[in-house]
Design a protein around this ligand. Structure first.
Ligand code: NAD
Ligand code: LMR
Length: 335
């Protein structure tokens, strides 16, 4: 449910002095997440070395005189930054650079999400909703969630929305139908090159996408283009996607809070429960409907053999990632 407008909501952003942070904070403060009537307080977390840069970002936020922005809290301590927060965007981590596979990032960033999971567990609102953007996002979400035993698994999510939006845009360009008329796209699995952008259920202007899009283009162009888009942007920009990632993070959190339009769905990384044969526990991109502030996996989709094989592949990669961080996953069950 959207919050009541009378009281400011508290929104944490980690890595707030980074590139995604810079693209995200000004949109949050202008009301892009919760609309023009909802005041907010931003809680910004950075590492100590980045605090001077963060203070500059804070000056700029102040200089915008955003009517909704009631306060800014800057910290290099997760326990302070997450105090009482209603929403948390976990962005801060080391980004992938050219030639680096996401897997290489796993151990580098895993410790961050262990510590932040613990701090969220101790200090965040009991209803907090958490989106992990920092890569490898799915496994970082798993680490944070498992280190927060007093919060529910469904309060954690990882970002597949950038991949989802990329798929929508490519379909729109190909079909010449606006994005708003394209529905029921899913990006399954890991936010990595094994992800599966699936248009088998998709509707373009209310007609099955596969009746309008030739399968060669789907298999040979759409799927690899979406899978490799992050790497293509790093190559072209010399830096990881930032504005589009921030935009996708807002889309993800807004749909979660406000709900997905009836009859359609979005893609979110959430804790798997075995649905569609996926290993329980890993954070997996699923087709998800959001309603009343919650989310649930769309049930009963008839998957082709092709889709099942692709889902199995990305499932396997996520199980391998999980196995690489088992020492950071407390085995105790939730409180
Ligand atoms: P960036 O290097 O510009 O910024 C990251 C910031 O995080 C830096 O300011 C750094 O000081 C900070 N940071 C590092 N460790 C921290 C910690 N322990 N606590 C708080 N802050 C910390 O990187 P960016 O371009 O903003 O990207 C951030 C992350 O998002 C990267 O991991 C990147 O790969 C990922 N990303 C994910 C998606 C997605 O779709 N899931 C898309 C794009 C980028
Ligand atoms: C993206 O999809 O643009 C990023 O996640 C790329 C990356 O690996 O940092």
């Amino acid at each position: 449910m959207p919050p009541s407008p009378s009281k400011p909501v508290r929104i944490a952003v980690t890595g707030a002095a980074g590139n995604i942070g810079y693209a995200l904070l000004f949109r949050l403060a202008s009301g892009a997440l919760l609309g023009p009537d909802q005041p907010l307080i931003l809680h910004l977390l950075e590492i100590p070395q980045a605090l001077p840069a963060l203070s500059g970002v804070a000056m700029e936020l102040t200089d915008c005189a955003f009517p909704l922005l009631r306060d800014l809290k800057l910290s290099d301590q997760a326990s302070q930054a997450f105090d009482g927060v209603d929403y948390a965007f976990l962005v801060g981590s080391r980004p992938r650079t050219q030639g680096m596979e996401r897997k290489d990032l796993l151990r580098v960033n895993a410790e961050i999400f262990k510590a932040q999971g613990r701090a969220l567990n101790e200090r965040a609102s009991r209803q907090v909703r958490i989106l992990v953007v920092g890569n490898p996002a799915n496994t970082n979400a798993l680490i944070a969630s498992r280190n927060a035993p007093d919060l529910a698994e469904h309060q954690f999510s990882s970002m597949m929305r950038l991949d989802h939006n990329r798929t929508l845009s490519l379909l729109s360009e190909r079909s010449r139908i606006p994005v708003a008329d394209i529905h029921r796209v899913t990006v399954w699995g890991n936010h990595s090159s094994t992800q599966f952008p699936d248009i088998e259920q998709a509707l373009i202007a209310d007609r099955p996408a596969l009746e309008q899009i030739d399968s060669t283009w789907y298999h040979d162009t759409l799927i690899p283009t979406v899978q490799q888009r992050g790497a293509a942007i790093i190559k072209a920009r010399g830096a990881s996607s930032a504005a589009s990632a921030a935009s996708a993070a807002l889309d993800h959190m807004r749909d979660w809070i406000v709900g997905t339009p009836k009859g359609t769905w979005t893609s979110m990384g959430i804790a798997a429960n075995g649905d569609y044969g996926v290993e329980p526990g890993i954070f997996f991109g699923y087709p998800v409907e959001c309603q009343g502030g919650g989310h649930q996996i769309v049930q009963g989709l008839a998957l082709s053999e092709f889709a099942r094989a692709k889902i199995a592949l990305t499932d396997r990669e996520l199980r391998e990632e999980r196995d690489g961080v088992l020492d950071l996953l407390p085995s105790s069950s939730r409180g």
